[in-house]
Design a protein around this ligand. Structure first.
Ligand code: PMP
Ligand code: GLU
Length: 377
């Protein structure tokens, strides 16, 4: 007996796997510094929690429309228009249990056996897995040296179906420039390609400006924008994300959703609605804290002479350890109880790199930096 090819080709999510090992070690009483998984360490704002309770108490505990409750779809469309310059209506929106599921669902609906999907090297772990599960072929495109550009044009073939862009990027923290995104637009329009634009870190930016690809001329009709509540509102465990795309794509994703997860949890959708209604004070505080942490780590890495990609957004630093990154992570965890994610999980050319997530307190970051200095000495 054998499992299906689509899952045989895929490894477990490295980010979630390492974080489980770190949690297990902590449970065994080890003083673990977990800088592996990317999830904000702040409490979800109280009014969002209260709104979920309220919805439950009001009896909003039954099935909802599979695309999501109309109030939330409208609020997302309005947000996309106002903040992102994307001309979406509720017909262009579907809410999903996490952004990850929106990515999976979109890939399953759009990628056929043999279709090629352009991924920038390095990219977040789940894009490649979703492409493979859909039967597609990931095509890794290298970045230039400062990670500001990538020669995508050299990797497009007659089988290319989609380009995936993630800005700000996980694991790089790079915020792509308008010029680079315009180049992606020109290629997509010229070659008639779809673009998946994962903008889940759009609000976590320290330098540079966020641009939504779907707002660019002739892009709305070919872009699947991915976003969610996990990072912006510190709601990873709530599982709420969304896709914004042309109606023909959303309709198909809705068919798939109706036969798989049905919809995200009813009262969680009401919590999402509350999140979108709120002012941005929580986000501002969170971003200021992330920036302080980032600066603290960069200062030490500079002192230690460790090079890294320019982290202008998200909450990761992707650094070059100049030795086997898998072994580095394994030994760092075994000897110093620090959990990081090896660069090999994010692409093909970064076996000597590792990713750290600074979604942990400054005190723990101090401890991490001490252990790092000791470990590399
Ligand atoms: N996209 C990127 C780039 C991510 O880092 C993550 C990590 N969680 C996701 C999508 C998925 O987020 P979620 O499923 O928690 O909404
Ligand atoms: N996206 C986060 C990370 O890269 C959370 C874990 C996951 O979903 O991969 O660590």
């Amino acid at each position: 007996m054998k499992v299906a090819k689509r899952i045989d080709a895929v490894k477990p999510s490295a980010t979630l796997k390492i974080s489980s090992i770190a949690k297990q070690l902590a449970k065994e009483g080890k003083d673990v510094v977990d800088m592996s998984v990317g999830e904000p360490d702040f409490k979800t704002p109280q009014r969002i929690i209260d709104s979920a309770y309220k919805a439950m108490n009001e009896g909003k505990v039954f099935y909802t429309p599979t695309k999501g409750i109309p109030e939330l779809l409208n609020a997302i469309a309005e947000k996309m228009q106002k903040e992102n310059g994307v001309p979406a209506t509720a017909d262009n929106v579907i809410v999903t249990p996490g952004a990850k599921y929106a990515i999976f669902e979109a890939m399953m609906c759009l990628i056929d056996e043999g279709d090629e999907v352009i991924l920038l090297d390095p990219s977040w772990v789940s894009y490649e897995a979703c492409v493979l599960m859909a039967g597609g072929k990931p095509i890794w495109v290298p970045h230039n040296e400062d990670f500001s550009d990538a020669p995508i044009e050299d990797y497009i073939s007659s089988s290319t179906k989609m380009i995936v862009i993630n800005t700000p990027s996980n694991p790089l923290g790079v915020v792509y420039s308008k010029e680079f995104l315009k180049k992606v637009r020109d290629l997509a329009v010229d070659k008639d390609l779809l673009v998946m634009s994962d903008e889940i870190y759009e609000k976590i930016i320290f330098e540079g400006k966020h641009y939504s690809l779907a707002s660019f001329d002739r892009m709305f009709e070919r872009t699947i924008t991915i976003n969610g509540f996990s990072k912006t509102y510190s709601m990873t465990g709530w599982r709420l994300g969304y896709a914004v795309a042309p109606k023909w794509i959303i309709e198909r994703m809705n068919v798939m959703q109706s036969h798989s997860v049905s919809h995200p949890t009813s009262f969680v959708q009401y919590a999402g609605l509350e999140a979108l209604k709120s002012d941005e004070s929580f986000i501002k505080q969170m971003v200021a804290e992330f920036k302080a942490r980032r600066d603290m780590i960069m200062k030490k890495l500079n002192e230690l002479g460790i090079s890294y990609a320019p982290p202008k957004g998200a909450f990761y630093i992707f650094m070059n350890v100049e030795r086997d990154g898998d072994k580095f992570c394994e030994e760092f965890l075994k000897n110093e109880f620090v959990a990081l994610t090896p660069g090999s999980a994010f692409g093909i050319a970064f076996n000597e790199w590792v990713r750290l997530s600074y979604a942990t307190s400054r005190e723990r970051i101090e401890e991490f930096l001490k252990r790092l200095e000791k470990f590399i000495a």
